[in-house]
Design a protein around this ligand. Structure first.
Ligand code: PLP
Length: 415
């Protein structure tokens, strides 16, 4: 295998001309990534936060293998199958309130697009015209497709260059306190008739900078959405499935959003899968004798049986194994061990929520050099912007987690 032959791939978030060559991977096991030269890296970010049970969990692998033998794929239009029906039922039972209608897709960004389309059509189906805008929040990130980019923070974010080419929505400050809450409320009072919904990443703004807020913010958003009759969308693509300490972030706040998006850890980090889940009242606006009131959406691979089998197996593991207790233990260990970074030069904040640990720097001059230094330490950690963060598998052993936190201290201390 010629690992240097990169002439035919286009890699993500990379300036292909100047980037350092990517690391060739030949295997994954537990919390480790095995490189072609035999080195093993302890993974600090679980493949973009997906591999919540570690890699190659035998229970998920066996479920996928069984499904592969029976039926790798069948279209979901006009046909249904056991894995998708079971998964939808289990998700509806796990999510709070009457979040009970599950629309499957294959990536987080598409789940967000579907949520936005549902929200806009919800109002059209109720004969309320003109509600096509969304309130989104500064620092937010919802994906890389056009609609999702348009509700992401493009001011400082990764899509800044495309900002002029995207539909315009309303970017507000999160209602962190009374004055930002009043500003949000006043804005929505004026623009309510244009607004289809409010979209937020509950408790953690992830790719926008790993910023945390508390449960009260989500309760304020619920109140505001209710007061001005807007739909409330929680993008739980990062926070769902235990990452912040409860199965879903909305649970911690006791808030039921009108639509929730899920992906990433949904399939336990094995196969691409996403879901947009709607409350009964949202679905009811589409339930009609009029064919035009239907949701006209249907990704080719939606409800893929392999991915749904993986997700069902992943949910079995959440039931059988003490995942939320593991998140709590990871949280406590990271709180203790990352605190040692506080006194290093150039550190502006150290914070932990659930199984997310963040060391924020005043700035990082050369991200790619820093990433390479982590590899030299035997770990895979991918700082971005001005943050170095951990979002490991929940099955990581305490000694492996210590290797990660020690690597952060060593790399940041040597700057
Ligand atoms: C909160 C949130 N929403 C949406 C997305 C987009 O998901 P995907 O990369 O699967 O399209 C991400 C990805 O990081 C995310 O963190």
């Amino acid at each position: 295998m010629d690992w240097n032959h990169l002439d035919n791939v286009w890699l993500p978030y990379a300036q292909m001309k100047t980037m350092r060559p990517p690391l060739p991977v030949v295997g994954t096991q537990g919390c480790r990534i095995v490189l072609a030269d035999g080195r093993e890296l302890i993974d600090g970010i679980a493949s973009w936060w997906t591999a919540c049970h570690g890699y190659n969990h035998p229970h998920i692998r066996q479920a996928v293998e069984r499904q592969l033998a029976a039926m790798p794929h069948v279209m979901f239009g006009g046909l249904v199958h056991e894995q998708a029906l079971t998964l939808a039922k289990r998700l509806a039972a796990l999510l709070p309130g009457d979040l009970e209608r599950v629309f499957f897709s294959e990536s987080g960004s598409v789940a967000v697009e579907i949520a936005m389309k549902m929200a806009v059509q919800y109002w059209l189906n109720k004969d309320e015209r003109g509600r096509t805008k969304f309130v989104a929040f500064k620092g937010g990130y919802h994906g890389d497709t056009t609609g999702a980019m348009a509700v992401s923070d493009n001011g400082e974010g990764m899509h800044a260059m495309l900002a002029g080419a995207l539909p315009e929505h309303f970017a507000m400050n999160l209602p962190l306190d009374a004055s930002s809450e009043a500003a949000l409320s006043a804005f929505i009072k004026v623009h309510g008739e244009e607004i289809a919904g409010i979209i937020v990443e509950p408790l953690v703004q992830g790719a926008g900078g790993m910023r945390f807020h508390d449960e009260a913010v989500l309760r304020r958003l619920r109140e505001t959405a209710d007061r001005y009759d807007c739909l409330l969308i929680f993008d739980e693509i990062f926070t769902g499935f235990g990452r912040t300490g409860t199965m879903f972030a909305c649970e911690a706040a006791g808030v039921v959003p009108d639509i929730v998006t899920l992906s990433k850890a949904l399939s336990g980090g094995t196969l691409p899968l996403a879901a947009t889940v709607a409350r009964r009242k949202v679905f009811e606006a589409f339930w009609s004798d009029d064919p035009k009131a239907a949701l006209m959406h249907g990704p080719t691979y939606m409800g893929n049986p392999l991915a749904c089998a993986a997700a069902n197996a992943s949910l079995d593991l959440f039931e059988r194994e003490p995942r939320l207790a593991q998140v709590k233990a990871i949280s406590e260990q990271m709180t203790q061990e990352l605190a040692r970074c506080r006194d290093l030069p150039g550190i502006s904040d150290v914070r932990v929520k659930g199984a997310i640990g963040v060391v924020e720097l005043e700035r990082i001059d050369d991200l790619s050099a820093m990433r390479a230094r982590f590899v030299e330490q035997g770990v895979f950690i991918r700082p971005f912007g001005n943050v170095v963060y951990l979002a490991p598998s929940f099955t990581i052993r305490p000694d492996e987690l210590t290797v990660l936190t020690s690597a952060i201290k060593a790399v940041l201390g040597a700057r």
